[in-house]
Design a protein around this ligand. Structure first.
Ligand SMILES: *Cc1c(COP(=O)(O)O)cnc(C)c1O
Length: 415
């Protein structure tokens, strides 16, 4: 570290000749806090289903910014919404109403059937809001109950409370002491759930389809039991739809598959199409916060609100949830046709949140081989591959994906 401030002015990345990708990578390794193993490429540009790196190499993107870029990369509607809003009002203050904030609250409540919307920037923050609301409900209505039952293998975010809510065994020992008040039970096991709920319980929280956990859906029967249990005991039911919401699973919201309506639903990822935006929706019954108990600097930030309005309008107008269903079925049939030849099993998922298992734990190698071939896919665990492309993916792009994937599997097998 240097304390010489006079050098600061002379350090200008753009002003100096740049050594290209190798230099970018060296600078990345030097200046970024290490938190993730990333491949040695620097992404520079995106358009539709494709990303380009600084070497000009093109990638067909079946990760979609982690189920985020639902309209593809740099779509016109997001560019225009940002342009228009930036020229009008970038930021007022979280303590004032602004027009796009009101518009988005109205749009989302009408679309989802909930009554009230709270906005934030990330999925973890929306889930923190839900956790706080559940504890408030426990304090006001359940004699101080504060425990939240969540599921094994779930993912709810990376703040301390949402890490504590997350049912990931590799996180158990991390950052002790964890936020107390979370119990984890296996998904689709009603008996374990009944055993875990007691007078300390204020809420049950789950993903209708576990995303990071490897694409595992909650059964309709299980969800009925959960809803009934919550109704009988006065518990709040929270669905984390950060990954599944807004068309991803082939319906507008994943709760629609089985008709089980939660009391609180959180949204993130796709709602901003790549811009940081999340939301927590609930009913009038849970309009329980007093001023000052929940908020934040970027709550209802006008740029984010304008993007949210544009993205949600686009999904609804183009019926992208229906397209996701159709394309999900198409890709599933394509994967099934490869299953025998490559030993793929448990092809699963809904809409464009899909996964399958490999015959051997070579997921990371397959991800690398696909990337080499110009295809981005995700391996949430060594034996599992997950696909979560933008909702705009076409049949010919799906065919390209299947061809690149089988080519990469051929090469892996030849090694
Ligand atoms: C990604 C994700 C989160 C966390 O969202 P961030 O924006 O990374 O904070 C929470 N829940 C689920 C189901 C997710 O997929």
């Amino acid at each position: 570290m240097s304390n010489d401030l006079s050098t600061a002015a002379s350090i200008g990345c753009a002003a100096e000749p740049h050594g290209g990708t190798a230099q970018w990578l060296a600078e990345a390794k030097q200046a970024l806090l290490f938190t993730a193993v990333r491949p040695d490429v620097v992404m520079e540009r995106g358009e539709g289903m494709y990303l380009w790196d600084t070497e000009g190499k093109r990638y067909l993107d079946f990760i979609g910014g982690w189920a985020v870029t639902c309209l593809g990369h740099s779509p016109a509607v997001i560019r225009e919404a940002l342009d228009r809003q930036a020229a009008t009002l970038v930021n007022a203050s979280p303590s004032f109403y602004n027009k796009p904030m009101i518009e988005l609250a109205k749009r989302l409540t009408q679309l989802s059937g909930f009554d009230k919307a709270f906005f934030a920037s990330t999925g973890a923050e929306a889930n923190e809001g839900a956790i706080k609301l559940a504890r408030k409900h426990g304090a006001l209505n359940l004699g101080g109950a504060y425990e939240i039952v969540t599921t094994v293998n779930s993912f709810h975010g990376r703040t301390l409370a949402t890490m504590s809510a997350t049912g990931k065994s590799s996180w158990e020992a991390l950052f002790a002491p964890k936020v107390p008040g979370f119990k984890h039970v296996p998904l689709n096991d009603a008996e374990s759930l009944l055993a875990a709920v007691d007078e300390r319980t204020c809420a049950i929280m789950l993903e209708p389809v576990q995303g990071e956990g490897g694409v595992h859906a909650a059964d309709a029967g299980y969800l009925h039991t959960v809803r009934k249990l919550c109704d009988e005991r006065g518990l709040m039911l929270i669905f984390d739809e950060v990954q599944t919401g807004l068309g991803r699973t082939g319906t507008m919201f994943a709760f629609e598959h089985d008709g089980i309506r939660p009391d609180v639903m959180t949204l993130g990822k796709g709602i901003g199409g790549g811009f940081p935006l999340s939301a927590m929706l609930t009913t009038s019954r849970f309009n329980l916060f007093e001023p000052g108990e929940q908020g934040g600097t970027y709550i209802g930030q006008p740029l984010a609100m304008a993007v949210g309005n544009a993205v949600v309008r686009e999904i609804v107008e183009r019926k992208l949830h229906e397209h996701a269903k159709e394309m999900g079925d198409y890709i599933t049939r394509g994967l099934e046709s490869l299953a025998n030849a490559y030993g793929l099993s448990r092809i699963r998922g809904k809409g464009l949140l899909l996964a399958f298992d490999l015959p051997a734990p070579r997921g990371p190698e397959l991800v690398a081989a696909c990337m080499e071939a110009g295809l981005l896919i995700n391996s949430p665990s060594p034996s599992t591959i997950r696909l979560m492309p933008p909702l705009i993916v076409s049949r010919s792009q799906a065919d390209d994906m299947l061809a690149l994937l089988s080519g990469a599997m051929d090469r892996l097998r030849a090694d």
